[in-house]
Design a protein around this ligand. Structure first.
Ligand SMILES: [Fe+2]
Length: 238
C-alpha cells in the first residue's frame, strides 16, 4: 500500500453572512473540492486554488442557502468543476444530483454524502477523513432553524442523531456558519454540550425549543433562494 498523505484543508470565511467555505485537496492527485462557496468571495477562492496548484473537481453545496448567494456557477465557469446538490432540490443546474450514501472521489480519498434534512429538505453533510461538514444541520452549540424551506424539527433531530452523532466522538465538526467566532467542534463535544440536541435532550424538548425561536427571515432570502436554485447564476435583465 502506498502512503496516503493528509488532505490539504482550508477553512475560509465570508463575514457579511458569517459563512464558512471549505477547500479540500488531495496533495498527490492535486484534485480539489470546495464546499459552500459564496459569490462575493469567489476571487479569493480562485486565487487560493491557483496558488495551491490544484484542480477544482467538485463544488458541493450543503443545501439551498437563504442568507447568501452561492459562488458555484462563477467557479464552475472558471474551472469546469461539477456542481453537486441534493437531489431533493430538484434543480436542473446541478451536475450531480446527490443522495444519501453517495461517494465522491477526491484522489485516493472518498467524500461520503449523508442526507441530513430538517433545516431544509435539501440538507446534506459531507464526511471525509475524520471531518464532517454539517452545513446548517448541526452548528457549534446550535442547529439550523427549521421554520422555512420545508424545514422540520422532527426530521432535523433524527438527522443529527442518526447521521452525525453516530460518527466517532473525535470526528471534527465543521459547520456552515458561526456567529461567535468558533471554528470547529467535535461530535463528542456537541453530544455533551449542544444546548438544543446535546446532553440527552429528547425530541420533544428539541421541538419545543425550535418552535419558540421567533427568528426573523434572513434579509437576502427573497433574492438568495431563487438565485441559488439556479446555482448562483447571475441573471441579466434584457
Ligand atoms: Fe441555511
Amino acid at each position: 500500500m502506498g502512503v496516503v498523505k493528509n488532505i490539504l484543508f482550508y477553512q475560509l470565511f465570508e463575514s457579511t453572512s458569517s459563512t464558512y467555505t471549505y477547500l479540500l485537496a488531495d496533495p498527490l492527485s492535486r484534485e480539489a473540492v470546495i464546499i459552500d462557496p459564496v459569490l462575493e468571495t469567489t476571487a479569493r477562492d480562485l486565487q487560493l486554488i491557483e496558488e495551491l496548484q490544484v484542480q477544482l473537481k467538485y463544488i458541493l453545496e450543503t443545501h439551498i442557502h437563504a442568507d447568501h448567494i452561492t459562488g458555484a456557477d462563477v467557479l464552475r465557469q472558471k474551472t469546469k468543476a461539477r456542481v453537486g446538490i441534493s437531489v431533493s432540490a430538484g434543480i436542473a443546474c446541478a451536475d450531480l444530483q446527490l443522495r444519501d450514501h453517495d461517494e465522491i472521489p477526491l484522489g485516493s480519498h472518498r467524500i461520503q454524502v449523508r442526507a441530513t434534512p430538517g433545516h431544509t429538505n435539501t440538507c446534506l453533510s459531507y464526511f471525509i477523513d475524520g471531518r464532517v461538514f454539517t452545513g446548517d444541520a448541526l452548528l457549534i452549540r446550535g442547529t439550523g432553524r427549521t421554520d422555512f424551506q420545508e424545514g422540520s424539527s422532527d426530521r432535523l433531530f433524527e438527522s443529527i442523531h442518526q447521521k452525525i452523532f453516530s460518527l466517532p466522538e473525535e470526528t471534527q465538526v465543521y459547520p456552515g456558519h458561526d456567529y461567535k467566532g468558533q471554528t470547529s467542534s467535535t461530535v463528542g463535544m456537541e453530544k455533551k454540550f449542544n444546548p438544543r440536541v446535546g446532553g440527552g435532550k429528547t425530541k420533544d424538548e428539541f421541538k419545543k425549543i425550535m418552535a419558540n425561536l421567533n427568528l426573523s427571515h434572513p434579509q437576502k432570502m427573497a433574492i438568495a433562494v431563487p438565485a441559488n436554485k439556479a446555482c448562483g447564476k447571475i441573471m441579466t435583465v434584457t
